[in-house]
Design a protein around this ligand. Structure first.
Ligand code: ZN
Length: 261
């Protein structure tokens, strides 16, 4: 593993209770490991505030504010308005995470859709990109993003789990993809196939930490320090070296989130 890799984590949850015991030490250690920036994603209004508080503490941490599909029952125009009030904060770089989750299916699908659409419209209104969570809801997710006319460069499918065929539709729209630990899993044939057809300029790296630790650490608590395993895997798929993968995906992340170098 090249120790001098520098990488951007486009999707993290450092506010998660899994980090309560050692958050500061852990953030210092991932910074030392090569992390140049990370976006912590909110899942509702309160957790979005926590992401912002963390971003105020560390110059290399940023925040996304939005309502996750599993929290979609919290959606109301009033609650969305509160989230809108966060969008002017200088460390808030995206709306999210939001989307559709038909795997857990705890929240009625029409409620999830209403929430997803409201989050997208907030992104469109504020000019921010939207971080999309799509779990076993590929067609509806794609249909809604298309119907809402989300512009090129303004949406990312986080932890992309769709087919290569669906990826081609997303590529045509100019939306982005991020991959994390799941790309390294033994059963990741579908993700590997999808990654192989996606142009490098639409790819970003992520952890979704504390979840989704890559092989060989699968099942343990994930942190951004494990991103090089994902970079190595993507490099292998693309016939590049990990350093080049990091350089390109870092550029993509800074551009996507509108972060000045
Ligand atoms: Zn997430």
């Amino acid at each position: 593993m090249a120790p001098e890799l520098s990488f951007f984590d486009t999707h993290a949850h450092y506010t998660d209770s899994a980090f309560d015991d050692d958050r500061e030490d852990m953030i210092a250690s991932v910074r030392a490991a090569g992390l140049i920036g990370a976006v912590n994603c909110g899942t509702d209004y309160e957790s979005s505030l926590e992401c912002i508080a963390l971003a105020e503490k560390y110059d290399f941490l940023y925040a996304a504010a939005g309502i996750h599909p599993e929290d979609a029952l919290k959606y109301s125009p009033d609650n969305m308005n509160k989230i809108k009030g966060l969008m002017d904060h200088k460390k808030v770089v995206a709306v999210g995470e939001t989307g559709l989750d038909y795997y857990w299916d705890q929240v009625p699908r029409d409620v999830q859709k209403e929430n997803f659409i409201a989050n997208i419209r907030l992104a469109l209104e504020t000019g921010k990109p939207v971080i999309v969570h799509d779990r076993e809801a590929h067609q509806d997710t794609l249909d809604i993003l298309k119907k809402e006319n989300v512009p090129a460069g303004k949406a990312v499918f986080h932890c992309y789990s769709g087919s290569a065929e669906m990826a081609r539709e997303i590529i045509e729209k100019g939306w982005l993809f991020s991959f994390g630990g799941a790309l390294t899993f033994k059963n990741a044939r579908r993700a590997v196939e999808a990654a192989s057809v996606i142009p490098m300029e639409l790819l970003m790296l992520e952890t979704d930490c504390p979840y989704m630790a890559p092989v060989p650490l699968r099942g343990s608590r994930n942190t951004s320090a494990n991103i090089p395993f994902v970079a190595e895997k993507l490099a292998e798929i693309k016939g590049l070296d990990a350093q080049t993968v990091c350089e390109i995906t870092n550029e993509n992340a800074l551009r996507f989130f509108g972060i000045a170098k």
